[in-house]
Design a protein around this ligand. Structure first.
Ligand code: UN1
Length: 497
């Protein structure tokens, strides 16, 4: 384990905040927590950095992000392993997360030569109207433990090509991966400067802190955008604080993602997708599959194969290549799972498999993923529990299944398994899924970075990563230039002396 920390010079960290690995519960380091005053100083320096960085031409900023992507390629294996060590996801997923960082860097590099504005015809002769996108300012990024590095990269890669500076508050459960990213960033700065380019100090800073530090970041009037990923409860607090000063927020919050399996589905494919979606990352993705809405005619067949597949899942050390499910992040996550299971039973549910703690011969909270049959979409089913619990409901008519799928407070990701194009089109139509993401014959998790990522309702409405999400990191200016000798007014208004 130590060698992974050594790769980033983090083998001898010290401070008042201990850091534990969920793999075996051992302490792997300690960090010094920043105070709210530290946050104020960081925002000040980020503001100075922004003022310099915004003047660097966007394609040159893109060159910086290209080098960042190169650095990430060089340390993909080390960083992937550190992610596994600190947040417990299996190594394949740890590496996948770093790949997601590399992908967004590539995307942002291309974007740095685009950032397109529009021109539009003016109603006035000799006038030119256009829309220009300018850098926005300091971007505050708040991330969760479950994607400790990729979500930072989605935000940072875009913010940097857009000409912004970044102050990042990672989860206090995963500060070491954040410090590793900061080292990777510094290596990039050295290489970029060696090429003769200017990078202002303070362009990207990491706050190691708790709730008070996050609050100080959100409340600061010099933070133009707060991009926050985490629970709906956290998002509501962030949104309120940022809105109180009329700042901008981009929220990517809880999901309660469903899959509809119709009688026309390829059942074998559905089973594989359910496994990855519901037990992958030990059910700790915001896109994890939490609800299965299956047609009553195929329920028995599907559930038979699924329970069998669940019972064969290898649970254990996330570094072992054969493991599919690693540990939960901590004891609190385990307790939340047990509480949800008890509530589900009280609300009429029947646990078909799993739910208990698994002894893998090390510390850590390892669990057997659970499937719970429900007769109704009760309160516990409508709540996001960050653990591998899959609730199963049945339906008879597709519109009922879609209504069930939409009848939760969250609106992140959704999917349907069917080979019938009518069903697939109905699901993705205006009257279909109300989520930000709607997939056909693909599970709800594992989105590519090219699409806009995020969801509706209590998921917060923000969009990150691909498509035109970059616009959130810039300010739009409408410009009208009069190159004539006259001064005609819009709407034909006459205003003569
Ligand atoms: C998250 O869980 O916060 O689509 C992000 C996915 C990943 C990102 C998940 N690309 O599952």
């Amino acid at each position: 384990m130590q060698d992974v920390l050594k790769a980033f010079g983090l083998e001898n960290t010290s401070g008042n905040w201990p850091v534990y690995s969920p793999v075996d519960g051992s302490q792997i380091g300690a960090v010094a927590m920043h105070t709210s005053n530290d946050v104020l100083a960081m925002v000040e320096s980020a503001k100075r950095a922004f003022v310099a960085w915004r003047e660097v031409p966007a394609p040159v900023r893109g060159e910086f992000v290209r080098l960042l992507g190169e650095e990430l390629r060089l340390c993909k294996s080390d960083l992937g392993r550190l992610v596994t060590l600190e947040c417990g996801k299996i190594l394949q997923e740890g590496l996948g997360e770093v790949q997601e960082m590399i992908d967004i860097c590539d995307f942002a590099v291309g974007l740095s030569r685009q950032l397109y504005g529009m021109t539009m015809p003016s109603e006035r002769a000799g006038h030119h109207m256009r829309e220009v996108w300018h850098p926005l300012g300091v971007v505050g990024v708040i991330t969760a433990f479950n994607f400790p590095v990729a979500v930072w990269a989605w935000n940072a890669a875009l913010a940097l090509v857009c000409g912004d500076s970044v102050v990042w508050k990672p989860s206090e459960k995963t500060p070491l991966t954040a410090l590793a990213c900061s080292k990777i960033f510094e290596r990039t700065v050295v290489k970029f400067r060696a090429k003769g380019h200017v990078v202002p100090d303070g362009l990207m800073q990491v706050i190691v802190g708790g709730r008070d530090a996050g609050e100080a970041l959100c409340a600061h009037h010099d933070v133009a955008l707060v991009s926050a990923t985490g629970s709906t409860r956290m998002g509501k607090a962030v949104a309120t604080t940022v809105a109180a000063r009329l700042g901008r927020s981009l929220l990517e919050l809880g999901g309660n993602n469903a899959m509809i399996v119709t009688p026309q589905a390829d059942i074998e494919m559905a089973v594989r997708a359910i496994l990855f979606g519901a037990v992958g990352t030990a059910g700790q993705r915001c896109t994890s599959l939490r609800r299965l809405i299956v047609h009553k005619n195929v329920a028995e067949k599907l559930m038979g194969s699924l329970v069998k597949a669940y019972e064969a899942i290898r649970i254990g050390n996330p570094f072992d290549a054969s493991t599919l499910v690693g540990p939960l992040i901590d004891k609190a996550a385990f307790e939340a799972m047990q509480k949800a299971l008890a509530d589900a039973v009280k609300q009429g549910g029947c646990v078909l498999t799993g739910g208990g703690r698994v002894d893998v011969g090390a510390g850590g909270y390892y669990v057997r993923p659970a499937i719970v049959e429900m007769s109704a979409q009760t309160e516990v089913v409508s709540t996001e529990t960050f653990a591998p619990i899959l609730y199963v409901l049945t339906y008879e008519r597709l519109h009922e299944a879609i209504a069930l799928q939409n009848d939760v407070p969250q609106g992140l990701s959704s999917c349907i398994f069917t080979t019938d194009m009518r069903e697939a089109e109905q699901f993705t139509s205006i009257t279909g899924s109300d989520c930000g993401i709607a997939n056909v014959n693909i599970g709800p998790s594992g989105a590519e970075i090219g699409g806009a990522f995020g969801g509706e309702k209590e998921t917060g409405g923000g969009r990150e990563s691909g498509s035109d999400s970059w616009k959130a990191y810039m300010r739009r200016q409408t410009q009208t230039v009069n190159y004539s000798n006259a001064l005609p007014l819009a709407q034909g208004i006459v205003f003569e002396v």
